[in-house]
Design a protein around this ligand. Structure first.
Ligand code: UTP
Length: 417
């Protein structure tokens, strides 16, 4: 290894990497060296320091955020708003992005999360396939194929694309499906040390769904959207199997409220529910994580007995294309997540960890909302639009999500009769 590289490793207390060199071929050493030279060690040092400090939020800066409750909008108003949305969608100005760059560590599925198979009332379905089902329904309704962009990570891009090829894009128009890859950051252990992966390279992971702004701009797809006349883009997670991401009501409401960003929420079930909620911080839209919301604020209710901070973020976001253009260079704060990760031991053995052992640094898509004065928030019914697959079992697991999905499918059948 070149002196320069060794010096960098020593300067940043990462010289343990040198202990692995005997395990590596010349080719692997070369790749590792190239990787080391690309790492921003100063940034990594700062990030590790953030894991050692408590963050605190001053209560006085947090306020309630206004929202509209879908259940309280009159039928007449709904029709008017939906008409606005339907016109935009049917004239080809609407696209969808699915964020699928995550590692899905809690679910513990060895392949990309979207390739997870569920046993539903409509038969066995992959998470990605459920998204295609919604796109196909829209195809029938609007007589167009809505463009679909999928954000992957370097770790899962190849497998994701291969999966779609193998399944022939579940008979959706392949030319309308595009993939783009997000950025990565090294993982570090509790002592701030880099770890190696099975390929004997430094283990890196996607840098959080906030990486979307830079990734979509760099991919050239934003420019392509502009050329194709796309104005509105709905962005959601790969793992909510009830996501209603082609929603003319939300679109119409956002246009009518003259906003450029919107999101859907569901009502928080109780003050202790471990979810992020919308609020205003320093007058700007913000999502505050349950851990950062002081208990008395979490319990505060309005004159109708409703939680003041009760709008749960379900990761259903609507953006005007120009917002994505404006945010292309945004620098978002990093949040450290403590996760499980396999690593290469110095004797060459690959060890799977059965408990969290590394810090992963992530930016969040919603941390950019504060750049805007206001956003539209539409409260929808949880049982209609929110069934996340996060954990292997218990809450938000395949079992709970499928049961919500099945109930919704049955309700749809009854309503269509
Ligand atoms: P989560 O934060 O739930 O993470 O992602 P995850 O990767 O699915 O699961 P865990 O936490 O490792 O168990 C919410 C959404 O954001 C995407 C995920 O794919 C999911 O759709 N995401 C997350 C990205 O696209 N990139 C990331 O770097 C992180």
């Amino acid at each position: 290894m070149e002196c320069k590289t060794v010096e960098i490793l020593k300067k940043y207390h990462q010289e343990h990497i040198l202990n692995y060199l005997d395990l590596l071929t010349e080719e692997e050493k070369k790749k590792l060296e190239e990787q080391i030279l690309k790492i921003d060690f100063e940034q990594l040092k700062d990030l590790f320091q953030t894991t050692q400090k408590e963050t605190c939020i001053e209560e006085k800066k947090i306020e309630h955020i206004p929202y509209k409750d879908k259940a309280k909008i009159s039928d007449e108003k709904k029709l008017e708003l939906e008409q606005i949305g339907n016109d935009i969608i049917s004239s080809g100005h609407y696209a969808v992005i699915t964020m699928a760059g995550g590692q899905g560590t809690r679910l513990g599925h060895v392949a990309p999360k979207g390739t997870y198979l569920l046993n539903t009332i409509n038969g066995e379905k992959y998470l990605f396939e459920i998204i295609v089902d919604t796109l196909k329904q829209a195809q029938k309704k609007y007589k167009i194929n809505i463009p679909w962009y999928i954000m992957t990570s370097r770790e899962n891009n190849k497998q994701t694309v291969e999966f779609f090829e193998e399944h022939e894009y579940f008979n959706y128009d392949k030319s309308k499906v595009k993939f783009f890859v997000q950025g990565e950051l090294p993982l570090i252990d509790t002592n701030g040390k880099l770890i190696l992966n099975k390929e004997k390279q430094i283990k890196e992971a996607a840098d959080g769904n906030g990486g979307i702004y830079e990734a979509i701009a760099k991919s050239g797809l934003l420019q392509e959207m502009k050329k194709d006349g796309i104005e509105w883009i709905f962005i959601s997670n790969v793992d909510n199997i009830l996501s209603n991401f082609i929603d003319p009501l939300l679109l119409g409401l956002t246009v009518q409220e003259n906003r450029k960003i919107a999101a859907k929420s569901v009502a928080k079930t109780n003050p202790k529910e471990k979810v992020g909620v919308f609020c205003k911080m320093n007058g700007k839209p913000k999502i505050i994580e349950y851990i950062d919301l002081p208990q008395e604020m979490a319990e505060e209710v309005d004159e109708n007995g409703e939680l003041i901070y009760g709008e749960v973020n379900i990761a259903n976001y609507l953006f005007h294309r120009t917002v994505l253009e404006n945010l292309a260079d945004i620098k978002l704060p990093y949040h450290a997540a403590f996760k499980k990760s396999g690593y290469l031991a110095e004797n060459g053995e690959y060890i799977e960890s059965d408990k969290p052992n590394v810090y992963k640094f992530e930016t969040f898509i919603f941390d950019a909302f504060g750049r805007y004065e206001d956003m539209t928030i539409l409260r929808v019914k949880r049982e209609d639009e929110f069934a996340p697959v996060k954990n292997r079992e218990g809450t938000d697991s395949p079992e709970t999500a499928v049961s919500l999905y099945n109930a919704k499918m049955q309700k749809n059948i009854i309503n269509s009769k």
